[in-house]
Design a protein around this ligand. Sequence first.
Ligand SMILES: *[C@@H]1O[C@H](CO)[C@@H](O)[C@H](O)[C@H]1NC(C)=O
Ligand SMILES: *[C@@H]1O[C@H](CO)[C@@H](O)[C@H](O)[C@H]1NC(C)=O
Ligand SMILES: *[C@@H]1O[C@H](CO)[C@@H](O)[C@H](O)[C@H]1NC(C)=O
Ligand SMILES: *[C@@H]1O[C@H](CO)[C@@H](O)[C@H](O)[C@H]1NC(C)=O
Length: 366
Amino acid sequence: MRRAFKIFLYGLCFYLLVRSFFLYHDDITKDTSEKLERLQDNIVSSSQVDNDTTEAMIGLVIETENDGKSEPSQQYNTLSTSTEDNATATEIISVDKKEENGKTVISPHDYKYLINEEKICANDPFLLIYIHTAPGNVARRNMIRKTWGGVRRIQGYRTVLIFLLGVPSDRRIDERVTLESKIHHDIIQEDYIDTYRNLTLKGIMGLKWAINFCSNAKFILKTDDDVFVNIYPLFGYLLKITRENATSCHNVLGLVRPFVKKDLYPPYCYGLAYVYAMSTAKPIYTASLYEPFFWIDDVFITGVLAKKAGVKLTQLDYKFPPKIIIPSDGPLRALKENKDKYTFVLLHDLHKYPSRMTELWNTVSS
Ligand SMILES: *[C@@H]1O[C@H](CO)[C@@H](O)[C@H](O)[C@H]1NC(C)=O
Ligand SMILES: *[C@@H]1O[C@H](CO)[C@@H](O)[C@H](O)[C@H]1NC(C)=O
Ligand SMILES: *[C@@H]1O[C@H](CO)[C@@H](O)[C@H](O)[C@H]1NC(C)=O
Ligand SMILES: *[C@@H]1O[C@H](CO)[C@@H](O)[C@H](O)[C@H]1NC(C)=O
C-alpha cells in the first residue's frame, strides 16, 4: 500500500514537472515569435539581418521642447488608402473622430493595483528600471534579477527594478506571480488583462506608476524581459547627461524602416529599450488620457504621445551608441573584447540558449 502510494506520488511529481515545463516553454516561444515578426517587419534589407553582428538600430535621445505646446495629432494622422495599412488605418479614423470632442478624457488609466510596492523608491534612486514582462515569464525575471537588473548601486547612485504585469488569464500563473512578489517585492500588477495587444496599457501603467511612486528618480529605463542591458556603460552615459530632461531611446529612422508607414506616424523609439527623463513622464502620461489607444506601444507612446506632449526624440550621444544586436552570440564575442561595445542586446533566441543572459552578464561584469 505504502509502496503504491510512493509510486503514485513520484508519478504525480513527474507529470507536474513535465507539464510546467511545457506551459513555460509555450509561453516563451509564443512571445518570442511575436516579437521576431515585428522585428523582421522593421528591418529594411535582408542583407542586414543575415549576419550575427547585425546592428539594426541607432540610439536616440528624447527631450522636452521648451514651449511645451502640443501639436495637433492630425498632422501625422494622414489617412492612407493602401491596403497594407488596413488595420491601422481603421484605428486612426477613430482617433480623428474622437478628437472633435475636445479635451475630455477618453482613455482614463483607472486600473487598480493588485500588487504594489509603494515605498520601493524611498531611497532616492537615480534610475528606475521597468520591465515589460508576461506573467508566465518567471524564469526570465529571475535571470534579470540575478544579472544586470540586480545591480542596486553604481558609483553611489541607486537603481530600482520593477516588473510590470497585468492579470494573466490562467489563475495558476496568477498565484505564482503573487508568490513571486512576496519573495522579491519588485512586481507591480494592475487589474487589466495581460495580453500582447494590451502592451500599450502596460507602457502607460509604467509611466503612471513612475509619476506617482518614483518621481524622485532622474531617469526611467523601459525594456523587455528578453533584453540584456549593459547597465554600467548605460549608467555612465546617463550620469554624464546634465540636461535632466534628455531621454535616450532607440529610433527607427535611417537604418530601419518604421513599423507602420512613415507618413502615418511620427518617428518613435524602438520598444526594446529606451530611456525617459523623469520630466517627460508626466506630459506623455497626460497626453495618453486624451488619445484613444493604438495597440503598438512603442509607436503610440514614444511616437504619437511624445509628439502630442511636445517631447522630442534626440540621438543618444555616446562613445558607442546603443545598439540592438541579433542574434546574441555575436555580442558575446564582441563584449569579450570590449565590455562597453553594446548597450542593449535582444536575446531573441533565449528559448534556445537560456544561459545567454548570464553569459553576457558574466562577460561584462567580470
Ligand atoms: C558579417 O559581418 C562581418 C564583419 O562585419 C563581415 O566580414 C561578413 O562579411 C559579414 N557576413 C555576411 C554574410 O554578411
Ligand atoms: C481592407 O479592408 C477592406 C474593407 O474592410 C477589406 O475588404 C479588405 O480585404 C482589407 N484588405 C486587407 C489587405 O486586409
Ligand atoms: C485589455 O485589457 C482590458 C481590461 O482588462 C480588457 O477588457 C481587454 O479585453 C484587453 N484587450 C485585449 C486585446 O486583450
Ligand atoms: C529641457 O532642457 C533644455 C536644455 O536642453 C532646457 O533649456 C529646458 O528648460 C528644459 N525643459 C524642461 C521642461 O525642463
